[in-house]
Design a protein around this ligand. Structure first.
Ligand code: NAI
Length: 340
């Protein structure tokens, strides 16, 4: 198969090449992200491979389909950047990598918690300037605090285990209960109780119509004063304008973000010589109690290996006539799961 690999970065190509050594598909690496303008680069390719910043909207899918593409091989677990209903209508098969390393993302979320709490980033810079004063660096014990986890799937489950290990009391919300979390002592509650009771709140749900702006002005107001909010799921689960208002009021204690609503225009590229045009993002960067990483939760060696392996397997399976149903995404799949 001939595959146009959009948004392919130098650091991931060796993993894809290694996974493709036997299958020998023709991988055409493109620096460009997939947009209405770049869709034509895939003309004549059987498949395209997309990452999270690529545009899988209906017009783009129609252009890909007209150019002969029949498979979208996502190099991600999330698929909110693809119009799945339109893909179904066009007969485009969509395959994703449902699990690669839940540990990578959960450990990153914990890294954000520890850094925000104990201010490692500020301490690092201070000590290098021979400033050994501790003013402003005080944190709190995680032990004994209440952590709220929204979404207890693969990543949320690891998060619950790590937080339990720290001695946190863990509350969770998920339409489907995870028995592993229950066996860890996690208590499932409704969202209002979770918002009101959590000292730390970590988001691990997918972006769906139900979770878009789940954290908004109204829900932020119900959270504990001083709460630490962590988002490694998808940016639009938080209403960023409302978050900024709450930060300005001093209601939210600290925020760790690995994702941002409008990250498509920013993340995964070096803009250090550019003027940032996104004033909302620019304002977020000014808060001393906000820590942002640029969607790197997944970025471990183990996760990159697994993403490459499953992506190539999905392509080979498609070529051989059948994709693992667990990796296939269809409009039916988007319906809320009835059971785990
Ligand atoms: P998963 O599918 O295993 O778990 C998601 C969980 O969210 C499920 O248990 C589901 O029942 C639950 N959920 C669905 N609707 C919900 C709602 N309205 N409220 C609360 N929970 C709800 O997915 P996984 O692998 O744990 O990933 C979670 C999310 O993390 C992904 O959807 C993706 O957006 C994000 N992610 C971020 C990465 C990063 O690099 N920052 C990398 C990988 C995933």
């Amino acid at each position: 198969m001939k595959i146009a690999v959009y948004s392919s970065k130098r650091y991931e190509r060796p993993f894809l090449d290694a996974s493709n050594a036997e299958a020998r598909h023709q991988l055409v690496y493109l620096d460009a992200s997939l947009t209405p303008t770049t869709a034509d680069l895939a003309r004549g390719h059987d498949a395209v491979s997309l990452f999270v910043g690529d545009d899988g909207s209906a017009p783009v899918l129609r252009a890909l389909h007209a150019g002969g593409t029949r498979l979208l091989a996502l190099r991600s677990a999330g698929f909110n950047h693809v119009d799945i209903a339109e893909a179904d209508r066009l007969g485009l098969t969509v395959a994703r990598v449902p699990a690669y390393s839940p540990h990578a993302v959960a450990e990153h979320a914990v890294g954000l918690i520890l850094t925000l709490n104990r201010k490692f980033h500020r301490a690092f810079n201070r000590v290098r300037e021979q400033n050994f004063a501790l003013d402003g660096l005080m944190g709190f014990d995680l032990h004994g605090k209440t952590a709220g986890v929204i979404g207890t799937g693969k990543i949320g489950e690891v998060m619950c285990a790590i937080l339990s290990g720290f001695g946190c009391r863990v509350l969770a919300f998920d339409p489907v209960r995870n028995p592993v979390c229950e066996s860890l002592g996690v208590r499932y509650v409704e969202l209002p109780e979770l918002f009101a009771g959590s000292d730390i709140l970590s988001l691990h749900c997918p972006l769906t119509p139900q979770t878009r702006h789940l954290v908004n002005a109204q829900t932020l107001a119900t959270m504990k004063r001083g709460v630490m909010l962590i988002n490694t799921s998808r940016g639009a689960v938080i209403d960023t304008q409302a978050l900024i208002a709450s930060l300005k009021q001093g209601h939210i204690g600290s925020v760790g973000l690995d994702v941002y609503e409008e990250e498509g225009d920013l993340f995964f590229r070096d803009l250090s010589n550019e003027i940032i045009q996104d004033d909302v993002f620019a304002r977020l960067l000014t808060f001393p109690n906000v820590l942002i990483t640029a969607h790197q939760g997944f970025f471990t060696r183990e996760a990159c290996e697994a993403i490459a392996r499953t992506t190539i397997r999905n392509i080979s399976d498609f070529a051989n006539g059948g994709i693992d149903p667990a990796n296939r995404v269809t409009a039916r799949f988007i319906a809320p799961p009835a059971a785990r």
